[in-house]
Ligand binder design. Structure first.
Ligand code: PEP
Ligand code: MG
Length: 587
């Protein structure tokens, strides 16, 4: 097998060695065409042959499974085989071909949509999710019909399945709604053709704490199911079919990397204080309540951003007040009095409830997203605010509003918060009357007007991911412009500095909860600029803390001042790198 490398943008560090698991997009490739009557029998045979091929493949894969392979694997293949035996997949598509005179791919896809629809009506969540099996097995059939079945032998596929824990997910693109589901799987790495470094999908990949690379362009086409690969998330490189010497070299690097990670564990319970005594709060970002386990393991002292929208994904109906209340209360209780900043719903743009939703507006990132959506749907917002308030009785919860751009949005939000409080009072339901309200500064308009926001809020949190996107006019999900996405752009730094200054002037705390906070190469700059609270994925806490423990705050302030006086990115980048390399106490 030929060995080759593909280069992309590393979004989560570390090295993984494993086998490719391709997320198929065969379903997207299905087109509809009409056939003349005399070709119908032919089309039906094509369909029957494809079903037979897939069955044979599955039987061979099943035979190839090692004795110690997880029992679910064999059961899962068995389910797929059973589905292919079932009339609904093996016979009804033939009727469709005959009646509609259409191609076989179209017929089986139509039938699949119908079955999936029926599954979606099932109350039981576990059974409802079995629709994924239908989709997977139909994808296999469609791949055969389209003439691109997996090019690996059944034996190779079985080998890949035998090493389930070492699977590397290879996808063209993955929506955040899909990515959140991968939290339940143990993939060794994650790579995609498209995506920017701070796309929500990349953020989720990072939160899985496995090496991940985006913007690989053609990985999905070049890599075959089951191929052996090395993913170097730190360098953004994928090596497919590595030879023995490369494999040995990377195994060594992998061990070294793991050793460094273990060493960092030593500072887990050390307080994040600079050499001259400035204390920094290192908080964690979470997406789902289960993430609190990683938060405790990381040594984070609070939660600086709980992205609640993930509770709303991959489902047909919004979670009701009770479900939300339980989720927020679970986090509140698990954090045992530590601060938890819960952000209200930030749905919209790339974060849709359903991954299949087709976004029709031209510029979704500039559209009805986050607080704009909540104010347009006050009933949905009211339900979330009530759930948050109720949970506030069980822990140290603060509310954070995303994507504020005008004061009027903030004032409307406050009115709705008061309304939610009043409704709870009426029902004698306990909540924290003095719950703090913060705002995200992630639109340049808000950063420029940060003082006005600081006056009316209890705290500010800078969302650098969006602040960069909106300041530089770079779609954070678009790999074509990913190289232009730069947190060190002087205009971005100025907006951050303005926000910090506004907070200082009005005595309101300011934190950063965007991805900049977790980048250890930027820690010294952010502390030097005056930030005292950073919130990041739990896996970044220790490397950021290490930077803080080695720094003199007074020196960092001087350095930051020099950096902020520069207007040219080409001068800023080397200076930041130089300050990062310099030993402490030396200017
Ligand atoms: C941000 O924009 O920096 C942020 C933290 O919010 P999100 O990444 O969820 O948009
Ligand atoms: Mg944001």
């Amino acid at each position: 097998m030929t060995s080759f490398c593909i280069y992309g943008v590393g979004v989560s560090s570390g090295i993984a060695i494993g086998h490719a698991h391709l997320v198929s997009n065969a379903l997207l490739e299905v087109v509809h065409y009409q056939l003349p009557k005399h070709l119908i029998d032919n089309e039906i045979s094509r369909f029957t042959d494809a079903i037979a091929t897939v069955k044979q493949d599955l039987v061979k894969i099943n035979h190839g499974l090692r004795k110690n392979a997880p029992a679910e694997l064999s059961a899962f293949i068995g389910t797929h085989l059973m589905m292919l035996e079932d009339k609904s997949l093996s016979e009804i598509p033939k009727d469709i071909i005959r009646h509609e005179q259409c191609n076989a791919e179209w017929a089986i896809k139509l039938q699949m949509d119908d079955i999936v629809e029926q599954f979606e009506l099932i109350e039981d969540e576990y059974l409802r999710e079995r629709k994924q099996d239908v989709i997977q097995v139909v994808e296999r059939v469609i791949k055969v019909l389209l003439g691109h079945p997996s090019q690996l032998s059944s034996e190779q596929q079985a080998n890949a399945l035998n090493e389930e824990r070492k699977l590397i997910l290879v996808a063209h693109d993955i929506s955040p709604a899909d990515a959140i589901q991968f939290k339940q799987h143990e993939f060794a790495a994650f790579i995609t053709d498209v995506g920017g470094i701070t796309s929500h999908t990349a953020i989720l990949a990072r939160s899985l704490n496995i090496p991940s690379i985006v913007a690989l362009q053609k990985a999905r086409d070049l890599i075959r199911d089951g191929e052996l690969m090395i993913v170097d998330g730190s360098q953004g490189v994928v090596i497919v079919n590595p030879d023995k010497s490369i494999l040995t070299e990377y195994k060594l690097r992998q061990e070294q990397w793991e050793l460094e990670q273990q060493k960092l564990q030593r500072i887990k319970s050390t307080k994040a204080i600079t050499l001259d005594g400035t204390s920094i709060d290192l908080y964690a970002n979470i997406e789902v309540p289960e993430d609190v386990v990683a938060v405790s393991a990381s040594g984070a002292t609070g939660i600086g951003l709980y992205r609640t929208e993930f509770l709303f994904m991959n489902r047909r109906e919004m979670p009701d007040e009770e479900e939300q209340f339980i989720a927020y209360k679970t986090v509140a209780q698990a954090m045992k009095g530590a601060e938890i900043i819960i952000r209200t719903l930030d749905l919209g743009a790339d974060k849709q409830m359903n991954p299949d939703t087709v976004v029709t507006c031209a510029n979704p990132a500039l559209g009805l997203r986050a607080i704009r959506y909540c104010l347009a749907e006050p009933q949905i917002f009211h339900t979330q605010l009530r759930a948050l308030l109720r949970a506030s009785y069980f822990g140290n919860i603060k509310i954070l509003i995303p994507m504020l751009s005008t004061l009027s949005e903030l004032r409307q939000t406050k009115l709705l918060l008061e309304r939610a409080k009043a409704s709870l009072r009426k029902q004698n339901i306990a909540f924290n009357e003095n719950i703090a309200l913060g705002g995200m500064i992630e639109i340049p308009a808000a950063a420029i007007n940060a003082e006005a926001f600081a006056k009316e809020l209890d705290f500010l949190s800078i969302g650098t991911n969006d602040l960069i996107q909106y300041t530089l006019a770079i779609d954070r999900t678009d790999d074509a412009v990913a190289h232009l996405y730069n947190p060190l752009h002087p205009s971005v730094l100025k907006l951050i500095a303005m926000t910090i200054k506004a907070g200082e002037k009005l005595g309101k705390s300011v934190s950063v909860c965007g991805e900049m906070a977790g980048d250890a190469k930027l820690t010294k700059l952010l502390i030097g600029m005056g930030l005292r609270q950073l919130s990041m994925h739990p896996s970044h806490i220790l490397s950021v803390k290490q930077q803080i423990l080695r720094s003199q705050q007074t020196q960092l302030s001087d350095n930051a001042r020099k950096i902020l006086s520069l207007t040219d990115l080409e001068k800023i980048e080397p200076l930041v790198a130089k300050y990062n390399e310099l030993p402490n106490l030396i200017n």
